[in-house]
Write a protein that binds this ligand. Structure first.
Ligand SMILES: Cc1cc2nc3c(=O)[nH]c(=O)nc-3n(C[C@H](O)[C@H](O)[C@H](O)COP(=O)(O)O)c2cc1C
Length: 171
């Protein structure tokens, strides 16, 4: 798949097959996340890899009971690490760059998953503190996105988008 095919093929998938994700694919996915750009190359985020069944089962309760999270064999949780960015960039690093670093890393992982024939859904609706407890996040880390990863057990239609003429304002 070329890059534009990846963009076209990606869908949010909310039903997963029970089959595991191959180690080699998982490694490529994590390498893709790690290759994302970050402010000052500080990588002010942490990536939690959740394969443990008990922790996976606990995640839906932190996220409006979105049960499909636990059905994915792999769940990635991207946490901003504001202190890492603040050390260099002060308040802007703390408030903005750490969140952006975590977000773009998650985006890379999500697109890499599609390129590898895997399925994901970006989950943003959760209770920060509850997620922190389940993954054992350290002081100051803020969960930004949960990304269940696995093989799709559904084939949803593409979702619509705003028209470019409504979205883009040339100034
Ligand atoms: C910041 C963000 C938060 C999201 N949170 C959730 C969520 O909590 N649960 C969910 O099922 N989908 C969630 N999604 C997925 C969106 O619903 C989905 O991307 C959108 O409907 C477009 O569909 P598509 O991804 O198939 O193109 C989220 C997406 C983003 C970018």
């Amino acid at each position: 798949m070329n890059f534009f095919e990846v963009l076209r093929e990606r869908r949010s998938i909310r039903a997963f097959e029970p089959r595991p994700v191959e180690e080699e694919k998982l490694r490529k996915l994590l390498e893709a996340a790690n290759s994302a750009p970050s402010a000052g190359n500080l990588q002010a985020y942490e990536l939690y890899l959740v394969r443990d069944a008990q922790r996976r089962m606990a995640l839906p309760r932190t996220a409006l009971d979105q049960k499909f999270i636990a059905a994915a064999p792999v769940v990635l949780v991207f946490c901003a690490h504001p202190a890492r960015a603040a050390a260099h960039y002060g308040a802007r690093g703390e408030r903005l760059y750490a969140i952006q670093d975590a977000t773009i890393a998650c985006t890379y992982a999500m697109l890499a998953a599609t390129a590898l024939g895997l399925a994901t859904v970006w989950v943003g609706a959760f209770d920060d503190e509850a997620v922190r407890k389940v993954i054992g996040a350290r002081e100051g880390e803020i969960p930004v996105a949960i990304l269940p990863v696995g093989y799709a057990a559904e084939t949803p239609h593409p979702t619509p988008r705003r028209r470019l003429k409504d979205l883009v304002r040339e100034v």
